[in-house]
Design a protein around this ligand. Structure first.
Ligand code: SF4
Length: 474
């Protein structure tokens, strides 16, 4: 039997898909090369914007239509949806597909597959896990040299526009030893690029899987006093731990000590949690790239307050200044939302101002769209679609393209290390720098034997807004 994964959204969804693939493989399924030849399709959904949700509904309808043309029940493709799904979408989708499950409920997928596949497998530790431990599943990595390693999932920040706390739930972290073990074996296997993932990596270690289970259990307890007391004790233990030990920094330091030739990045960071210790660590680390993704979202204090972001434009700019001073070659990227409710011209210009001063190397700019159930969904979505588009275009064309070009020009004639990722359709070798900048190099077959996934040193010869050109170092 065959399965197909339709993945939308962020890197976390792609990482989750690698674990879903493992569960299918355990049950004797193989990956289909197209939707049409699959027995089961799993859509890994994203709820970050209305458009992304519509995409999933559109696909589901298309698959259902194909099923209607199939006469025999056993020829029909079973459809499932997981990933970031808001509660009201879950209800609607449940009426259309065989199974909607949260990724932490991956056990539901196992049960489903067991029933339909009659596949016999021996019980191992992997199968005795509880629902919230899905991150312990060994993933089917999508690449032989580049890999995502989730270190935590969920979020407790409740930014007012964001669906994550409602779709992925509260923060849960993987045990440090488990992460270290996975990275150790990846480095030994020759992986070169490791990306630590989490909705808010700086919160790593606040709540571990095991503690989450306890909290889950006590939340179901009937005795209110016992519940509060246990919760309090648990939090006190956590607070103590945080004071003694910064779990995220400790994890990074342990990873950095692993011997090997590899790069590590991590995201996303929350500006309010970006500590001096973390910046200092990046300055002297051996393997961590000088790359920081620092979501700004807005440069206007009123809007930031409405977004529940807990920093001001000045605090953000001070942080950028500090980072650039300590790490002069840092590559700084960000996320921005334009057209948040109440964002008038003045507020938008404040974002323009912070963007100009921050000189980002990349910005992922999104037009605000209401996500139902979030706090912001109660606000009046008062910026027109056309105006959101104009603001997005302005930031992209007038600010971002210029700041990237300015930063890229400083790299000309400099030697940089890149990780090769392939050959483009014009015959150029392509790769990325430690700061995730695209570099292409004329391919000279006789002089250099290089393979995808190799590090090579090049000299930058040309700089553009959306990429660099280089040549092999003489
Ligand atoms: S930090 Fe804010 S934007 Fe990021 S996942 Fe958490 S709630 Fe969403």
């Amino acid at each position: 039997m065959k399965y197909f994964l339709y993945i939308t959204g962020c890197d976390m969804n792609y990482s989750d898909a690698e674990r879903i693939a493992t569960v299918f493989n355990e049950h004797g399924f193989s990956l289909a090369s197209s939707e049409g030849e699959s027995d089961i399709i799993v859509a890994v959904a994203c709820s970050v914007r209305e458009k992304a949700v519509h995409k999933i509904y559109g696909k589901v309808e298309k698959w259902r239509k194909i099923n209607k043309t199939r006469n025999q029940e056993n020829k029909k493709t079973k459809i499932m949806v997981t990933g970031c799904v808001l509660p009201h979408d879950k209800k609607k989708l449940e009426e259309k597909v065989e199974l909607v499950f949260e990724i932490k409920e991956i056990e539901k997928l196992r049960n489903f597959l067991q029933k339909i596949s009659n596949f016999q497998f021996s019980i191992s530790n992997k199968f005795s896990m509880t629902n919230d431990q899905y991150l312990s599943i060994n993933p089917q990595y999508h690449s032989k040299y580049s890999v995502f390693v989730p270190i935590m999932t969920g979020c407790d920040n409740f930014c007012s526009y964001c669906a994550v706390p409602y779709t992925r739930g509260r923060e849960v972290s993987r045990p440090q030893e488990e992460i270290l073990e996975e990275i150790r074996s990846l480095v030994e296997a020759g992986y070169k690029e490791i990306t630590l993932l989490g909705q808010n990596v700086n919160s790593y270690g606040k709540i571990l899987n095991s503690q989450f289970s306890i909290l889950n259990q006590i939340s179901n307890h009937n005795d209110q006093n016992l519940k509060i007391e246990t919760l309090k004790n648990s939090m006190e233990i956590e607070n103590c731990k945080l004071k003694i030990n910064n779990p995220f920094l400790t994890l990074l330091k342990q990873i950095d000590q692993l011997e090997g030739n590899y790069w590590v990045r991590f995201y996303a960071n929350h500006p309010k949690d970006m500590s001096d210790e973390l910046i200092n660590f990046l300055v002297q680390s051996k393997h961590f790239c000088h790359y920081i993704h620092l979501p700004l979202q807005s440069g206007d204090d009123e809007i930031l307050k409405k977004m529940n972001r807990h920093y001001t434009a000045k605090q953000y700019l001070d942080l950028v200044k500090k980072i650039r001073k300590k790490i002069p070659d840092v590559v700084l990227t960000t996320d921005i939302i334009v057209g948040f409710p109440g964002e008038d011209e003045k507020a938008f210009n404040n974002t323009v101002d912070v963007m100009k001063k921050s000189k980002f190397d990349m910005a992922f700019i999104a037009e605000y769209s209401t996500r139902s159930g979030t706090v912001a969904s109660k606000l009046n979505d008062d910026v027109t679609h056309a105006e959101k588009e104009r603001r997005k275009k302005y930031l992209n064309d007038e600010i971002l393209a210029k700041s990237i070009l300015e930063n890229n020009k400083k790299m000309v004639d400099k030697k940089v290390r890149i990780l090769l990722s392939g050959i483009d359709n014009k015959g150029f070798l392509k790769g990325k720098t430690a700061g995730l900048k695209d570099v292409k190099i004329p391919f000279v077959k006789t002089e250099h034997t290089t393979e995808i996934g190799d590090f090579i040193d090049v000299v930058i010869t040309k700089a553009g807004s959306w990429g660099l050109e280089g040549k092999f170092q003489e």
